[in-house]
Design a binder for this molecule. Structure first.
Ligand SMILES: [Zn+2]
Length: 208
């Protein structure tokens, strides 16, 4: 099997922001039956591969390693979900202009600290960038760039452009980088068109 061929993504990456795409891995979050898209550790490495936060080869390697340590893999999967929910709670509070719960921010900060412990500044030509440890066999590796990206988003000017999809049954989060900052849908084909069709039939009904 070639390691270089990129596969079609497993996840719908519509957010334009890794931490928001990660939050969207709890689908139908606001419904009575949320759908967990991170069911196994391999889903986590696949997310890392789809978003490019890990090289495909590293993602495959970790998925492979996880098979030999199922309990550790399960523990990290739970940690990933805990990180995701802490990120969601903090960001959602900001989006809805509510006070940020301390517990969620504390939990989130634990992951930010872990990410910092596993990263260092590396010089790249005229600049520096954060590089994560080459932890080939550390199953926690996918969590570090996610926590870092979330911290970067929260401390950036982009935070005010985090939106929830206008479809009530969707409400996926995305970063609205459109010129006028008036994007309403996570994805026009996914939710925008469905809303258009609904409006069309609603108008037809009225006309009858
Ligand atoms: Zn949507």
């Amino acid at each position: 099997m070639s390691q270089n061929n990129s596969r079609p993504p497993q996840f719908d990456l519509i957010a334009g922001s890794v931490p928001l795409d990660f939050i969207n891995t709890l689908d139908d979050r606001f419904s009575s039956e949320p759908q967990e898209l991170l069911k196994t550790y391999a889903d986590l490495t696949r997310f890392a591969e789809d978003t490019g936060i890990l090289e495909q080869q590293q993602a495959n390697h970790l998925a492979h390693v996880s098979q030999d340590s199922p309990r550790e893999a399960q523990r990290i999967l739970h940690a990933a979900v805990a990180l995701r929910e802490a990120m969601f709670t903090v960001i959602w509070a900001m989006v809805t202009k509510k006070p940020v719960p301390h517990a969620a921010l504390n939990t989130f900060n634990e992951y930010v600290r872990q990410a910092a412990q596993h990263s260092s500044l590396v010089q790249v030509k005229e600049n520096f960038e954060w590089r994560f440890d080459d932890a080939r066999n550390n199953l926690e590796a996918p969590l570090w760039p996610i926590a870092r990206a979330a911290a970067d988003l929260l401390s950036s000017d982009h935070l005010e452009f985090v939106r929830a999809c206008a479809s009530e049954t969707c409400q996926w989060l995305f970063l609205d980088v459109s010129k006028n900052h008036r994007r309403r849908w996570c994805d026009m084909t996914r939710c925008g068109n469905r809303a258009k069709v609904r409006n069309f039939y609603a108008r037809q009904k009225k006309q009858r």
